[in-house]
Design a binder for this molecule. Structure first.
Ligand SMILES: NC(=O)c1ccc[n+]([C@@H]2O[C@H](COP(=O)([O-])OP(=O)(O)OC[C@H]3O[C@@H](n4cnc5c(N)ncnc54)[C@H](OP(=O)(O)O)[C@@H]3O)[C@@H](O)[C@H]2O)c1
Length: 340
């Protein structure tokens, strides 16, 4: 059953987290999975869960992998180390800086030169403590990287993934978080929505983590709308939560006031990047058309945020979509599948 057809969730973040970490569903086997003949892209593939996912994809015989990230030094190092581990594969680093629309557009144009692109995993993301306005767009950086630029890349990759149907539908998996479906979301009252995220007077170190959660919720809303315009026969679009994962660099910028109390819980329940990576592979390979437009967590199709089941949420999602399309200067008619 799709996320939108499930009952609206009533659980808190802690309840959901504890259930997923202590009573997880059965992890699917990858024994008979082969990615021979496919090409995949993973954004933010030079560290953390993205790097673990890159290794996992290559271990499944993927012949061509593109690591897309902002740091040439880290990206080239990751690509060359992965290439040594898997010498039969072509592992490339392509620069992509989600702080710049120009970089996203150039990256997507380069993707269009590939003979085929089968899988795109939009994994790159940040969590910030301080308010930093992006120099080229003026948007707050977490909102820019996690939401706006990820949305632009998703839109621009749809025609590229649609054109490569030799291995079945293209696959677009966007990395969200289970924190997205339990966040308080006071930002729903911003009118218009986008400029509300850019106001420094709306920001404090105590809302920084919540803003991260909300960017992941906006991604779910965006993914849901995008999937309604694209046929699952062309591109299967879904979102995934990797689970609470230690051993990555996501928490590098958060304050000690959050890190210190989080640490004992993290040591007790967090999973490894390798396990987080497995959820991506499950989302973009194992799950099929039934997951189109849905959010996956704990290997299952999971409910969305309660607001997404309400008329208020419906109009908010339409407003968000309209503002996003205008911000990104995209034309909806280029996204819609031919026969939709
Ligand atoms: N760890 C968790 O508990 C958890 C839970 C739920 C969801 N997630 C999500 O999982 C994804 C991976 O997180 P992680 O824990 O593996 O963290 P991570 O180690 O910090 O990985 C994030 C990746 O994104 C890249 N990135 C950041 N800003 C970028 C930009 N402007 N342009 C291009 N790439 C950029 C980073 O590159 P640099 O190294 O150059 O910064 C890094 O490779 C994120 O979307 C995160 O929100 C994580």
């Amino acid at each position: 059953m799709a996320s939108i057809s499930l009952p609206s969730p009533q659980t808190t973040f802690l309840q959901t987290l504890l259930k997923h970490q202590f009573l997880p569903s059965v992890k699917p086997s990858l024994k008979s999975t082969s990615l021979l003949g496919r090409t995949a892209i993973i954004t933010g593939g030079s560290t953390g869960i993205g790097l673990a996912c890159a290794k996992l994809l290559l271990s499944l015989q993927l012949p061509h992998l593109i690591i897309a990230t902002r740091s040439s030094e880290k990206g080239e190092k990751a690509a060359s180390e992965l290439g040594e581990l898997y010498p039969k594969a072509n592992v490339e680093f392509w620069r992509l800086d989600l702080n710049s629309y120009e970089s996203v557009r150039q990256f997507a144009c380069r993707c269009a030169t590939l003979s085929s692109l089968d899988i795109a995993i939009l994994n790159a993301g940040i969590m910030k403590n301080d308010f930093i306005a992006n120099v080229s767009t003026g948007h707050e950086e977490t909102f820019q990287v996690n939401y706006l630029s990820a949305a632009l890349l998703a839109i621009l990759l749809i025609p590229v993934l649609t054109a490569s149907l030799s291995n079945g539908p293209g696959r677009l998996t966007i990395v969200s978080s289970v924190a997205a479906v339990t966040t308080a979301f006071p930002e729903k009252d911003f009118v218009p929505i986008i400029p509300g995220f850019d106001r420094e007077d709306n920001w404090s170190s105590s809302v920084a983590k919540q803003r991260y959660d909300v960017t992941k919720l906006l991604l779910l809303m965006f993914m849901f709308k995008l999937s309604s315009l694209v046929k699952a026969e062309d591109v299967i679009i879904n979102a995934v939560d990797p689970g609470f994962t230690l051993g990555t660099e996501l928490f590098r910028n958060i304050s000690l006031a959050i890190k210190v109390p989080m640490w004992p819980l993290a040591k007790l329940i967090a999973i490894s990047p390798e396990k987080g990576a497995w959820t991506y592979v499950d989302a973009c390979i194992h799950k099929g058309a039934e997951s189109h437009g849905s959010f996956l967590s704990d290997w299952q199709i999971h409910a969305f945020h309660p607001i997404m089941y309400t008329p208020e949420g419906d109009s908010l999602m339409n407003r968000l979509w309209g503002e996003t399309i205008r911000e990104l200067e995209c034309d909806e008619k280029y996204i819609i599948s031919d026969s939709k």
